[in-house]
Design a protein around this ligand. Structure first.
Ligand code: DX5
Ligand code: ZN
Length: 217
């Protein structure tokens, strides 16, 4: 499968969000990545439903929602209602992860699980068949523009092996410090979906950066 590109709107220009969404619509990007932060699980607050509702009205690509919030079960149906195609929850926020991923699927969205840099991929051994996506954080979540953590390559390779050994079919996504220079190595390590914020929106020509990420490999 050719890899997918998911620009993260966290680094977009919030005064001209409509223009940035239009740029993504016209670009070779596959998904739009939305980072939802509650100021509790992560030391930052991003944006919520009123903004997501507006994004959904304009976006013509699937919304890939990354929830960095405690107790995500409370909001699954609302995120779905507001247009989420994929809803990913952090392993570290879920006491009953299987219940949560089932609830996401029941809502009609694809279910993803996110692992912080310190959480080993083996924690997902018993749920590999039940998820549509596993997102590997390659920075500590909370902010755009951070430095890529190099141990993420090995972690992605291990996850890919686990997927093959178990005949599972989830997509592998990576998020944090991803750019044109490390994208190819990430794809070769086993990544299916590259998320990038800073590298796209702070480049001189964001649509061209998306193109350059898309043709890697
Ligand atoms: C960080 C977010 C990321 C962030 C990535 O917690 O999950 O999606 O926007 O930004 P960059 O690509 O700038 O590291
Ligand atoms: Zn994210």
């Amino acid at each position: 499968m050719p890899h997918l590109i998911a620009p993260s709107l966290l680094s977009a220009n919030f005064l001209n969000l409509g223009d940035d969404i239009e740029m993504i619509n016209r670009s070779e990007a596959d998904w739009i990545h939305l980072d939802i932060m509650d100021g509790v699980f992560v030391p930052n607050i991003s944006f919520g439903f009123p903004v997501i509702e507006q994004i959904a009205l304009k976006a013509r690509k699937p919304l890939d929602v990354h929830l960095m919030i405690i107790d995500p079960d409370r909001y699954i149906d609302r995120f779905r209602e507001y247009g989420a195609a994929i809803i990913s929850v952090h392993y570290e926020t879920c006491h009953h992860l299987h219940r949560t991923t089932e609830a996401i699927k029941k809502s009609g969205a694809k279910a993803g699980v996110v692992l912080n840099p310190h959480t080993p991929v083996t924690m997902l051994n018993d749920i590999l068949q039940d998820v549509d996506l596993v997102l590997i954080m390659s920075v500590n979540p909370g902010f755009g523009g951070q430095k890529f953590i190099v141990q993420s390559y090995d972690k992605i390779k291990k996850l890919r092996e686990l997927r093959d050994q178990n005949n599972a079919s989830f997509l592998i996504e990576v998020d944090g410090g991803v750019d044109v220079s490390n994208g190819l190595k990430l794809i070769k390590s086993g990544v299916d979906v590259l998320v990038a914020g800073n590298a796209i929106f702070h480049s001189p020509d964001p649509a061209d950066t998306i193109h350059r990420m898309k043709i890697l490999g």
